[in-house]
Design a protein around this ligand. Structure first.
Ligand SMILES: C[S@@+](CC[C@H](N)C(=O)[O-])C[C@H]1O[C@@H](n2cnc3c(N)ncnc32)[C@H](O)[C@@H]1O
Ligand code: SF4
Length: 454
């Protein structure tokens, strides 16, 4: 890929886990009743047909990985587990009170922070508490994120017994200097042990998170990390582009600075090297950031065009209602988004007052819903179409005009009724989405809020 193109298109832009993206949500207070109403509507429209998804945010980690951009709370005090789980179950009760029948659960995902910070017993109590008020869909998918250093056989067994079949381990990079700088130190042997245990117990989809663009990382360290990863043959690999966002409150990216990061060209070379190695190993690129073996459900979802993207990243199936439980979790009723309070204290206080603990939300306008569909199509399938009148909107031609230069640069192909990205243009997918992002275009941010696109 040419250096000129990388320089030209490497700009700050959203990762599009939602549209509108969070900075462009409604800024005029919370429309609490509206959130309740759209949740009820989404539930009654979809519970019997597709079921609902639940995301549970488990924020605690024992130590801070300095590169991490997630919402986490660092503590070694494990007495925080019980009260937190009780609060999450209370929040679940508040949602169940809104439903006029038993929720049917299609997906549960435990994210973090570090879900395996919690003891196996605590996690069992949590999941049983959720399932007590619900039933599982015939085909369901339960998954969890795990830290290789603190995942025990008992964690894996308890969660397997509760129906979990997918897990993902944060690996990032095996290079000692990189690990030391980002303060996430784990050996290949540890990752190997938890991977083999997962396979023995019966997990059918094991994923590993790798990151490129970290401080002091080199193409050689990526090659070494992927060579090691190859030995464990995970079903999926998330190959994330490092998002450098030190200005975001609470992120805490420190201990290194911009000078320690690879240049945009070096970073792109890391991605290209990784992508080539994954292809040689039989992995297929899925959307942005992800690779999967052909046997994995995510690959099947891409083939069947059922791949979906939400706040958790890519998922193999879509539900209209996603209930996010726990501090900072985001929920999606398709017609609206809402985010829970971002500190454990505020979150707990709101739940204890008997309220769904949201602190900001956004009701999607008719225009938002159309743009959301196009952005989902582009992010998931690298193409979209407006041949259906319902997907046309007044500013469509202006959006296409904005893409003229990208078209001339060979990054997008526009036809009469649609557009597609050639394989080589996939790294620019966020740039293509930005041409459709009417919220961003109308309200250009004056400060840095997004990471770089490449
Ligand atoms: C929320 S973490 C949960 C995993 C678990 N806590 C662990 O560390 O093993 C999920 C993943 O997000 C990715 N991640 C975190 N911060 C990132 C950043 N600034 N840029 C890109 N990816 C990041 C990492 O790959 C990490 O494994
Ligand atoms: S990478 Fe994982 S363990 Fe490290 S701080 Fe982030 S969430 Fe916690």
């Amino acid at each position: 890929m040419s250096k000129d193109l990388i320089q030209k298109y490497n700009i700050a832009g959203p990762r599009y886990t939602s549209y509108p993206t969070v900075p462009f949500w409604n800024k005029e207070g919370i429309a609490y009743e509206n959130w309740i109403d759209t949740t009820k509507t989404a539930f009654s429209e979809s519970n019997q047909t597709e079921g609902i998804s639940i995301y549970i945010h488990l924020p605690f980690c024992e130590s801070l990985c300095t590169f991490c951009g997630c919402h986490k709370r660092i503590t070694k005090q494990h007495h925080v587990e019980q009260p937190y789980i009780e609060t999450v179950l209370k929040e679940w009760d508040l949602y169940c009170e809104l439903f006029d029948e038993k929720p049917r659960i299609k997906e549960i995902h435990l994210g973090g922070g570090t879900p395996t910070f919690f003891s196996p017993d605590s996690l069992t109590k949590l999941i049983n508490g959720i399932l007590d008020k619900a039933e599982k869909c015939e085909e369901y998918e339960f998954s969890f994120e795990a830290h290789p250093n603190n995942t025990t056989k008992q964690h894996l067994q308890n969660l397997y017994d509760l129906g979990f079949r997918r897990n993902s381990f944060g690996v990032q990079d095996y290079d000692p200097k990189v690990q030391k700088t980002i303060n996430q130190i784990q050996s290949f042997e540890t990752v190997k042990a938890v991977t083999e245990l997962s396979k023995e117990i019966g997990y059918t989809s094991i994923s590993q998170d790798l990151v490129f663009g970290l401080p002091f990382q080199t193409t050689e360290s990526i090659v070494d990390t992927i060579t090691k990863t190859k030995e464990l043959k995970p079903d999926r690999i998330a190959f994330y582009s490092y998002a450098h966002v030190p200005w975001i409150k609470g992120v805490g990216q420190r201990g290194y600075d911009e000078n320690d990061l690879p240049s945009p060209e070096e970073k792109r070379a890391m991605y290209e090297t990784g992508k080539k190695m994954f292809a040689e190993l039989g992995y297929v690129e899925i959307g942005m950031d992800h690779f999967a073996l052909k046997t994995d459900s995510m690959h099947k979802a891409m083939d069947n065009k059922t791949l979906h993207r939400n706040f958790m990243g890519y998922t193999a199936s879509k539900t209209q209602l996603m209930v996010g439980l726990g501090m900072s979790s985001i929920s999606d009723s398709w017609y609206a988004f809402a985010q829970n309070a971002k500190t454990v204290e505020k979150y707990t206080e709101l739940v204890n007052s008997g309220k769904i603990p949201i602190f900001r939300d956004h009701e999607l306008s008719k225009e938002d819903l159309i743009i959301r569909k196009h952005i989902l199509n582009i992010m998931c399938h690298f193409e979209t179409s407006w041949s259906d009148e319902a997907l046309q909107f007044p500013e469509l031609q202006e959006c296409l005009d904005r893409l003229k230069e990208m078209e001339q640069d060979g990054l997008v192909k526009i036809t009469e009724n649609g557009l597609s990205l050639p394989e080589s243009a996939r790294p620019f997918v966020r740039n293509v989405c930005m041409a459709f992002d009417l919220q961003l275009i109308r309200n250009k941010p004056t400060t840095r809020i997004f990471s770089m696109t490449i």
